[in-house]
Design a binder for this molecule. Structure first.
Ligand code: HEM
Length: 155
């Protein structure tokens, strides 16, 4: 059921955005764990994660990512990092990586979340992924106006 935009007792972020029913820290944790389980086993993304994140640092990484989504979707402000330089520093990420990352996220949230919550995750992830693509193109000195927005497709 689609809820009205405003209703008495609706949960709101600090900026007044309505938080859909069922979107909470437990949902975010389930999405993050399932997504990174898949991403680490993925033949394209797995090697990137294995190279950058030693086994012992995974709990910390998952906690950081949980904070990121909590800030993005629940407006908690728990994430204080700057993901752009982190991804620029990884080097070697191309559109195939982003397409796979977004497809895996879509697969994950469509399996775990209501359609409304899944769309929120996908929308935010697409925006961030596309901002990384623009940042990477700028770093390579390319004309970023030629870059076409990437959407999360099913794979
Ligand atoms: C090509 C797709 C992507 C790959 C392969 C990738 C890989 C990684 C890796 C390896 C790290 C850890 C880096 C380190 O600690 O040295 C990282 C951190 C992170 N990633 Fe991604 N990433 C991708 C896309 C995204 C997208 C689309 C988002 C957001 C929607 C995202 C959010 C984050 C965040 C929040 C961090 C933590 C940054 C920090 O330390 O504050 N990533 N990513």
């Amino acid at each position: 059921m689609v809820e009205p935009a405003f209703s008495i007792g609706a949960r709101l972020t600090r900026t007044g955005r309505r938080i859909p029913a069922g979107l909470d820290e437990a949902t975010i944790k389930a999405v993050v764990e399932d997504f990174y389980g898949k991403a680490r086993r993925d033949e394209l993304l797995g090697p990137v994660f294995r190279t950058a994140i030693p086994e012992a640092q995974w709990p910390q990484h998952l906690a950081t990512i949980g904070d990121f989504w909590s800030s993005m979707l629940l407006g908690t402000g728990r994430y204080h990092g700057r993901p752009m330089p982190v991804h620029l520093a990884l080097g070697g990420l191309d559109d195939a990586h982003f397409a796979r990352w977004l497809a895996l996220l879509r697969q994950t949230v469509e399996a775990i979340c209501t359609p409304e919550i899944a769309l929120l995750f996908i929308d935010r992830a697409e925006r961030v992924a596309n901002s990384f693509r623009l940042g990477m193109a700028a770093k390579r000195g390319e004309d970023s106006s030629a870059i076409v927005r990437m959407r999360a497709l099913s794979q």
